[in-house]
Design a protein around this ligand. Structure first.
Ligand code: ZN
Length: 437
């Protein structure tokens, strides 16, 4: 975009006047940021770094790495015989200019081909300009919008200033593989704790945070590097919410072995209302064990709570069920080993559902006004469950294990049909009572 505001115009002028990156920086990159490769072709080793060719001793042809006898390079072996290929890396150059912290991002390609020395290509693709308040403005080359990949730069396009929120665009978030070691930073960054390392954090993100966020500054100064990385780079983190615990960690110089697990663990401590300023809890000797301990404890507690809730629910349902269906209680039809009786307890709905693997409990059949549920048993063992419609005085369902009929099905149906009149009579009695009131 064209620079519009005074600051954008100032930055554009500064960026244009910035000296090009020196050749020695590229030399450093060529030696530092790439792997060295070798390839096995027609039973000879080829060093793709120095061009040396040699015959391998028979035992090491399938090793992942081998050492070139000429240049001494530790060569990663191409897994298959590829004629030529390219490696891509990013590196950063950290400078300061006119009171700004500048992070220059360079993409580097290394082209390799059997029997040729490697060739390199370097191009500065981005510049982050960070002011002492930690505000970032970014210059960038254009990209092939539809390519969707990070490295789709248009190398012939100029570095142009981008809109303010560009730096938050995940597509352009690049953490360089290496930072050129001659780092020049603003004095305020040194004051805020920066020494020489960026600790694998994208430099522009680290600098902007150190200039604008006291949490980042505190974590760096207290050397809580795990926490700092996690705080700045994890897509979901709760360092701010857990600040009290973090302070406990800092005070005790505790090293967190696994920050996501630790944050999980803090949630558990919170659940059990433990004091998060107490090192005994917050800084466990064995984090994994402590975490697992509370997970188990919580699981047990939830299970107990569930059972307790279920018991209460059943008690409540039982009262209503008894008042609705009491007049049918005690009904029992028998024939040889077979007995059919009205289910009198909500708890028995649960047992019946568990024994026969159907849903009369889960779907709360005990709450159905028009239904009467009976259980058919052979020698005290449930074989089928029957639902009768009270208004129509007919059998709605009669189902056994997993809703299938049992081998006693026809006997059950017959015995029921013969005795439906008993249910009808109890209905009538109730009606007569109601009428006489
Ligand atoms: Zn070599």
């Amino acid at each position: 975009m064209t620079p519009k505001t005074i600051i954008e115009k100032q930055l554009a002028a500064l960026s244009a006047a910035l000296a090009p990156i020196k050749p020695e920086v590229f030399t450093w990159a060529e030696q530092t940021i790439f792997l060295k490769w070798g390839v096995l072709s027609r039973s000879k080793f080829y060093c793709l770094d120095c061009n040396h060719v040699w015959k391998p001793s028979c035992q090491n042809t399938c090793a992942k790495f081998t050492t070139c006898p000429a240049c001494g390079g530790k060569l990663k072996m191409m897994p298959y015989n590829q004629v030529h290929f390219k490696e891509t890396e990013y590196f950063a150059v950290v400078q300061q200019c006119a009171g700004y912290q500048v992070v220059r991002m360079v993409i580097s390609h290394k082209h390799m081909k059997k029997n040729f020395l490697p060739s390199y290509f370097h191009k500065e693709v981005m510049q982050h300009w960070i002011n002492p308040k930690g505000e970032v403005r970014t210059f960038s080359l254009s990209t092939n919008a539809f390519a969707g990949t990070l490295d789709a730069w248009k190398f012939y396009s100029p570095l142009e200033i981008k809109p303010k929120d560009f730096v938050r665009n995940a597509r352009f978030y690049i953490n360089p593989f290496k930072v050129y070691p001659q780092i020049k930073v603003l004095p305020i960054l040194k004051r805020n704790g920066f020494k020489t390392s960026v600790y694998d954090i994208a430099p522009h993100l680290l600098f902007a945070s150190l200039l604008s966020d006291p949490i980042a500054e505190t974590l760096l100064k207290s050397k809580q590097l795990n926490l700092l990385q996690y705080y700045l780079c994890a897509s979901r983190q709760n360092i701010r919410r857990n600040w009290q615990a973090v302070k406990t960690v800092i005070r005790n110089k505790y090293k967190i072995s696994d920050v996501p697990i630790w944050e999980d663990y803090l949630e558990l401590l919170r659940y059990f209302k433990k004091d998060l300023s107490y090192a005994l809890y917050v800084c466990p000797d064995n984090l994994q064990d402590a975490h697992d301990h509370f997970v188990k404890k919580k699981r047990e507690l939830l299970r107990k709570k569930k059972l307790h809730d279920l018991r209460l629910e059943i008690e409540k349902a039982q009262k209503k069920y008894a008042s609705d269906k009491k007049r049918f209680f005690g009904l029992l039809f028998t024939e040889k080993d077979l007995s059919i009786s009205v289910i009198e307890n909500v708890r028995d709905f649960m047992t019946e559902g568990d024994d026969l693997h159907h849903c009369i409990f889960a779907n709360e059949y005990y709450g159905r006004k028009d239904s009467l549920l009976l259980s058919a048993k052979i020698e005290e063992k449930s074989v089928e469950t029957i639902e009768i419609s009270l208004s129509r005085m007919e059998i709605l369902q009669c189902r056994g294990l997993k809703n299938k009929p049992s081998k006693h099905h026809s006997q059950i149906m017959r015995l029921l049909s013969e005795n439906l009149y008993q249910i009808r009579e109890r209905m009538k009695k109730r009606k007569a009572k109601t009428a006489s009131r």
